[in-house]
Ligand binder design. Structure first.
Ligand SMILES: Nc1ncnc2c1ncn2[C@@H]1O[C@H](COP(=O)(O)OP(=O)(O)OP(=O)(O)O)[C@@H](O)[C@H]1O
Length: 118
């Protein structure tokens, strides 16, 4: 029973983490809105099974990158609110990771969407 409770507690914490990211981070909200639009367009265009799988992987890639970025932003804020050269590097690299995931996703999405639109 204690074990089940501890597993349930961990799930609760993880879902709370998703909620915190959604409510406190504007970029996460933007990526979430983009995710909804992609899912709707995929339904409308009747994506094949393999295209759905790739799109879901790309959505996961961007959202997971954004979640880590949000966690790193909180971590930096925990240590300092003042300007710090290292904090800048950490935040810029973290933001760069999100940007890279978005660029990769857009490039692959273009290849997936084009045949449905032409
Ligand atoms: N303490 C700091 N020291 C140095 N530079 C900082 C610091 N805090 C923020 N920055 C700079 O400001 C940029 C934006 O950081 P910030 O954490 O405010 O992200 P944000 O644009 O608010 O992102 P989000 O919208 O995801 O919350 C960083 O990439 C970094 O260059």
């Amino acid at each position: 029973m204690h074990r089940i409770n501890s597993v349930l507690f961990k799930f609760k914490c993880a879902f709370k983490g998703l909620f915190i990211a959604f409510t406190s981070d504007n970029s996460f909200k933007i990526h979430f809105a983009a995710t909804i639009s992609v899912i709707f367009s995929a339904i409308l265009l009747e994506f094949s099974k393999s295209d759905w799988m790739i799109i879901i992987l790309l959505i996961g890639l961007v959202l997971v990158a954004e979640l880590f970025n949000t966690a790193i932003e909180f971590l930096v804020k925990l240590f300092t609110d003042d300007y710090h050269e290292l904090a800048e590097k950490i935040l810029d690299i973290s933001a760069g990771a999100v940007l890279l995931s978005v660029i990769i996703s857009i490039i692959i999405a273009v290849f997936i969407y084009l045949p449905y639109l032409l």
